[in-house]
Design a binder for this molecule. Structure first.
Ligand SMILES: [Fe+2]
Length: 184
């Protein structure tokens, strides 16, 4: 969950995670995240730090991985994928901005990709707003507020096997780092 500092690692070799027939659906995850986001007592217990993001792990539905995350002003994730998992996030306090791409990207098999024009999408998620995303979703999320913290609820299924982190220069997206669960 930390911001990447290294510039290269070996390429990813892990296959996309398997989804069981009893897996929670995206709607299940969204329902869970909305309920947690509306639980002001729980959201209020998350420690906030002006120097960086904070997080608490939650028990997601059906074995999903879930987190409550605090974002100080200016905090951002950088561009990343979710290792082939699908997921959701809902803003519980403040406002988050998501930058994403209008097309799904293969989660592996490339190191540098030249994006076509007009693929960038941006959506603002104020308190109570959320979204679901598919297994090939690449995005970055930011708290652009100069003064206020944001808090959000995230759920992923299958539990994140890894996160691929990318740099973005103009239209070029480049794989920089593959993070394993023990690294966040
Ligand atoms: Fe993400």
């Amino acid at each position: 969950m930390t911001t990447p500092t290294a510039a290269s690692t070996a390429g990813p070799t892990t296959a996309a995670p398997t989804v069981s027939p009893t897996a929670p659906t995206a709607a299940d995850l969204l329902d869970f995240a909305r309920k947690v986001a509306a639980d002001h007592a729980l959201v209020g217990e998350l420690p906030l730090d002006p120097e960086g993001r904070t997080w608490v792990r939650l028990e997601g539905p059906g074995g999903a991985e879930a987190w409550l995350i605090g974002w100080p002003p200016g905090a951002e994730t950088g561009w990343h994928d979710h290792g082939g998992s699908y997921g959701v996030f809902v803003t519980a306090a403040g406002e988050l901005t998501e930058s994403s791409l209008a097309v799904p990207l293969p989660t592996e098999g490339w190191r540098s990709l030249e994006l076509a024009e007009d693929l960038d999408r941006e959506r603002i998620l104020p308190e109570g707003a959320g979204r679901a995303f598919g297994r090939s979703h690449v995005h970055q999320v930011e708290n652009r507020s100069p003064t206020g913290h944001a808090v959000s609820v995230h759920a992923y299924y299958p539990p994140l096997p890894l996160i691929r982190r990318y740099s973005r220069k103009g239209s070029t997206l480049r794989l920089e780092l593959v993070e394993k669960p023990e690294e966040w």
